[in-house]
Design a protein around this ligand. Structure first.
Ligand SMILES: O=C(O)CCC(=O)C(=O)O
Ligand SMILES: [Fe+2]
Length: 346
């Protein structure tokens, strides 16, 4: 496909030209048609990025959980209970289980479809900054959510063999009336171990991003085997370790359980348009040295260009001034008038 050719390129033209430069047009077509796409390792994660990111994730798990994950066998993460998985540190989980007492804790003894979700990993290793600044990830996130896109959260999903499938959902927690065709969010997931049905692939309903509604009731169920009770339109994604799996915020997705031994590891970069409330509050906690080692776009991605959320008039002025500084630096670097009136996508 040809480059966009206009005398004064809009940001739509610019991002299309970047997509052509990177040679990823076919994946954009796939994303538009199906609501998700897999960029293969040689394009998505060159220079050993996947191996380095995987090691960093195993290190994070070891630091947070106090034991090295059993990568080959998956025993440390096999059939985790819901209280073990998800949103708490290992210590918090243990405390919560103690507080709940044995009787109530039994209610948590079911098999979790999620495994261990380790949130807020950006500060854990510089490789996660590198992943965020990957030109391929940025081109697709920009295509979806504009040049002012921000990182809403970055987390590592680590899962061992388990029994439960993960229910279908969209990544937009809003009522159907608010789901439009333009993505407000997109999920950019680094696949760090092979994904297929046996290995617990992400599950998708192709084309569901166009329906602009949430799945409900039985249609949320991912059938463990073809023909089992659940949504018959679900398919497992096939992706080699080192791929970048991207989906539109409206796309219905969940996951198959992992039948193979060993760990399934991925890093989710959840990207959101800049007017949205983000999952992580990064704005005040990014150290200056971190900002200094990257071009201005890193500041935009880490919410430095967002002024909203002031506490009083003075604070509002301060936040405006900081945002303006970052936005101006980014506009100068990129030449993109990315905020606020450039075109409908931004
Ligand atoms: O486990 C998966 O593959 C899906 C995770 C998920 O729902 C997400 O990252 O938004
Ligand atoms: Fe999701």
């Amino acid at each position: 496909m040809a480059e966009a050719a206009t005398e004064t390129p809009t940001s739509r033209d610019r991002i299309w030209n970047e997509i052509v430069r990177l040679g990823i047009e076919e994946y954009i077509a796939d994303l538009d048609a199906n609501g998700y796409t897999v960029i293969p390792p040689e394009i998505a994660m060159p220079k050993g990025l996947a191996e380095r990111m995987l090691q960093a994730c195993l290190d994070v798990a070891e630091r947070r959980n106090g034991e090295r994950p059993d990568f080959e066998g998956g025993s440390t993460h096999a059939s985790m209970t819901p209280y073990q998985s998800g949103f708490d540190s290992f210590q918090t989980r243990r405390d919560r289980k103690l507080k709940l007492g044995l009787e109530k804790a039994a209610a948590y003894d079911a098999d979790s479809p999620h495994g261990d979700l380790m949130n807020s990993i950006l500060f854990e290793d510089a490789v996660f900054e590198e992943g965020l600044m990957n030109p391929v990830l940025l081109a697709i996130a920009t295509y979806m959510c504009g040049y002012s896109v921000t990182l809403s959260s970055m987390g590592c999903w680590m899962r061992g063999p388990n029994r439960s499938t993960f229910n279908l959902h969209t990544d937009m927690s809003v009522p159907d009336e608010l789901l439009g065709p333009f993505p407000f969010v997109c999920q950019c997931t680094y696949v760090l171990t092979d994904f297929d049905r046996e290995k617990g692939a992400t599950a998708f309903v192709p084309g569901s991003h166009k329906w602009c509604r949430q799945p409900v009731g039985d249609e949320c169920i991912v059938p463990a085997n073809p023909g089992d009770f659940g949504n018959p339109a679900v398919v497992p994604v096939e992706a080699k370790a080192g791929s970048l799996l991207i989906w539109h915020g409206n796309t219905w997705h969940g996951a198959y359980n992992r039948r193979a031994p060993g760990l399934r590891v991925s890093v989710a970069n959840y990207m959101a348009r800049d007017f949205m409330r983000t999952q992580e509050d990064l704005r005040d906690i990014i150290p200056q040295e971190m900002l200094d080692r990257h071009p201005p776009r890193f500041g935009i991605l880490t919410q430095q260009g967002v002024a909203a959320g002031y506490r009083n008039q003075d604070d509002g002025w301060d936040k405006d001034a900081r945002a303006e500084k970052h936005n101006a630096a980014y506009a100068k670097e990129s030449g993109v008038r990315f905020r606020p009136k450039d075109d409908v996508y931004n």
